[in-house]
Design a protein around this ligand. Structure first.
Ligand code: AHG
Ligand code: MN
Ligand code: MN
Length: 338
């Protein structure tokens, strides 16, 4: 018998922990849940209907947009526009922020940043993909148009963050700063059921996840760390296991449950790393810290980086705290020659 505490029930239950909560965040989370179900349906049918493959355009970052990127972006955006709590959205698939306050004239206090479809190059080959979201209180006055500062806030100011993984089963995992909770989707009844309450990442893991094809241009400290992971030291569980799916959400999810580290350092093509601070690294960093893990750019805590641009990239090292500490030590010990 599975646990039949639903996501809806859980959100309402947790809301009662905050005496002054107005229920707006709960309503916002349920709009995300709704869009997740709609996108899940499309992802499940991707091989059957004409929704896999390239859309024929590029996003602001010069990446080929996939049809499902565009579809997921539209579905999440309209789910949020349909509720009164969101004043604006920033997305990987939008050049600029989308301001609902101006268009819909509402008095909302939350902004959302999202990667509507993460790992989209994996869709055509039936490999897990995801959605990532990050929620903040706006800082500009309610009732006025949003400002860029509403979106360029420090990660440590997040109110909530989460992801959906469209995998062998679909899950929604989120935090509001009170632990990390995971819900598995039961498609037969159309409900997310609590399956992973208060997730804690192991202090130490034995999985490392990195695109090693970029090795030649990795920072020296990362190269040394990879050799450390691969060294035969049976007492320390080394060599570690190498696992890389190429969807951040999927690699992150596995490592959080089993213990491990995900690395996307600077490379020849991406001198600042590939992953985007605002809608990939910040939400995942909030989640991992809530699960007892660590997220760093190699030198400092991701959540303490002051963002300067919507689509800015950062090197990303995230996972079991002892593993992230170790790679930071190597980066300090072996600085690159300028
Ligand atoms: P997105 O599909 O949202 O652009 O993100 C892709 C990201 C991330 O999910 C993944 O871990 C990484 O790109 C993979 O990059 P490489 O193919 O360079 O390894
Ligand atoms: Mn992504
Ligand atoms: Mn994406």
């Amino acid at each position: 018998m599975y646990n039949i505490r639903t996501l809806g029930e859980f959100i309402i239950e947790k809301q009662q922990d905050y005496p002054h909560a107005s229920g707006e965040l709960s309503s916002l989370l349920s709009s995300i849940r709704l869009a997740a179900k709609i996108v899940n349906k499309a992802v499940n049918k991707a091989g059957l209907v004409n929704i896999a493959g390239a859309f024929g355009s590029e996003n602001i970052q010069g990446e080929q947009q996939q049809k499902l990127d565009v579809y997921a972006n539209e579905k999440f955006k309209s789910a949020m526009a349909a509720r009164d709590q969101v004043c604006g959205v920033a997305s990987e698939e939008e050049n600029d922020v989308v301001d609902f306050e101006k268009a819909l004239g509402r008095n909302a206090k939350y902004v959302i940043l999202m990667d509507p479809l993460d790992g989209s190059s994996n869709i055509d080959v039936n490999v897990s993909v995801g959605t990532i979201f990050s929620i903040y209180h706006r800082i500009s006055p309610i009732g006025k148009p949003t400002t860029i500062e509403d979106f360029l806030q420090l990660g440590n100011k997040q109110i909530a963050a989460g992801y959906i993984i469209y995998g062998s089963s679909t899950m929604l995992v989120y935090t509001t700063g009170n632990g990390v909770h995971g819900f598995t989707y039961d498609p037969s009844i159309g409900v997310f059921c609590l399956s992973h309450e208060s997730i804690i990442i192991p202090q130490n893991g034995n999985i490392y996840s990195i695109n090693e094809g970029n090795y030649i241009k990795f920072p020296l400290g990362v190269k040394k760390y990879l050799k450390y992971c691969q060294k035969y030291v049976p007492d320390e569980n080394r060599p570690y296991i190498s696992r890389y799916i190429g969807s951040l959400v999927s690699d992150f999810h596995r490592n959080m449950l089993k213990g491990g580290i995900y690395l996307y350092p600077s490379t020849a093509v991406y001198p600042n790393g590939k992953l985007r601070l605002l809608y990939e690294c910040n939400p995942m960093s909030f989640i991992i810290e809530q699960a007892g893990g660590t997220a760093s750019d190699g030198r400092q805590r991701i959540l303490d980086i002051q963002p300067t641009e919507l689509h800015q990239r950062v090197p990303f090292f995230v996972g079991s705290p002892n593993m992230v500490d170790k790679v930071e030590t190597f980066l300090k010990q072996f600085p690159d020659q300028e």
